[in-house]
Design a protein around this ligand. Structure first.
Ligand SMILES: N[C@@H](CCC(=O)N[C@@H](CS)C(=O)NCC(=O)O)C(=O)O
Length: 267
């Protein structure tokens, strides 16, 4: 019995949902509303001491870390395989998933919060409630960053670094996809699963301009969107109000992001 603790807005949780749908697994989902601080409740901390989603519980045993969860699912549900039997392609896949975990994911929080979530938080809460949302983040470094994104939005110093990281990632995707049809070889793999929610996040925020002049990324994303896993894992799982706010506020932030991109591309 597989239970996924997740949330529609979470890119990490989306990776796991993709794998569950690719495998046609039987699973149940429990929503942990990370935008309202539910991840800090004691019952959830007992499952995931890092206070983040996703957590997979398999017959009462919790597994954390989305990349680890995806590999675990590929171990227990081998068909269809999402990791190559070829050692080189497998290494290439892990370079992508490692890069996503270490570099792209932290920058996605910056971009999403500073371009979109901050507006939702500011528009729907009193100043005291906003302060409470910031203060409930236990890690002092994360708390300070959240404050900066909520207060400064896309003008936060970290926002430029986030735009630069996405720009570099998409440039490297374009190069990889000019060599092979999928990111880590001839077959769809956990590398493609891993990148999908991040590219989709840009798309949901109306920031498709990131792949202007990148036909291989554009073609890859079209093929990813055609997969049966895409709609249930990436679109249907996202609450309507969140989809609307990502689109509205993302579009509002895009002109400034585009300016940053133009500067980066001119350098
Ligand atoms: N390395 C973790 C990162 C998980 C993570 O950052 N989850 C985000 C949503 S994508 C979260 O729960 N954020 C809530 C918070 O930081 O308070 C994983 O891959 O599972």
């Amino acid at each position: 019995m597989l239970t996924l603790y997740h949330q529609g807005s979470s890119v990490c949780a989306a990776k796991v949902r993709i794998v569950l749908h690719e495998k046609r697994a039987e699973w149940t989902g429990e929503i942990v509303d990370v935008l309202r601080g539910e991840q800090f409740q004691d019952w959830y901390l007992a499952l995931n001491p890092n206070a983040v989603v996703p957590t997979l519980v398999d017959d009462g045993r919790p597994i954390v870390e989305s990349t680890v969860i995806c590999e675990y699912l590929d171990d227990i549900l081998p068909a269809p395989p999402l990791r190559s039997a070829d050692a080189y392609d497998l290494a290439a896949m892990r370079i992508w998933t490692k890069r996503i975990d270490e570099r792209l994911h932290p920058m996605t929080s910056v971009l999403t919060y500073s371009a979109s979530h901050r507006h939702t938080i500011l528009d729907n809460n009193t100043p005291e409630q906003v302060e409470a949302i910031i203060e409930e983040t236990r890690d002092p470094v994360k708390r300070q960053r959240k404050r900066e994104w909520i207060e400064l939005g896309i003008e936060a110093p970290s926002a430029r670094a986030a735009v630069a990281e996405f720009e570099k990632t998409l440039a490297d995707m374009e190069a990889a996809l000019s060599r092979t049809p999928w990111l880590a070889g001839d077959a769809y793999s956990l590398a493609d699963v891993g990148m999908t929610p991040y590219v989709n996040r840009l798309s949901m925020m109306g920031m498709e301009g990131f792949w202007n002049g990148r036909p291989n990324v554009e073609g890859w994303f079209a093929r990813v969107r055609d997969r049966a896993s895409f709609l249930p894992a990436l679109i249907d799982a996202v609450p309507d109000d969140l989809t609307a706010s990502l689109a509205t506020y993302g579009a509002r932030s895009w002109p400034r992001v585009e300016e940053m991109l133009e500067t980066l591309r001119a350098d």
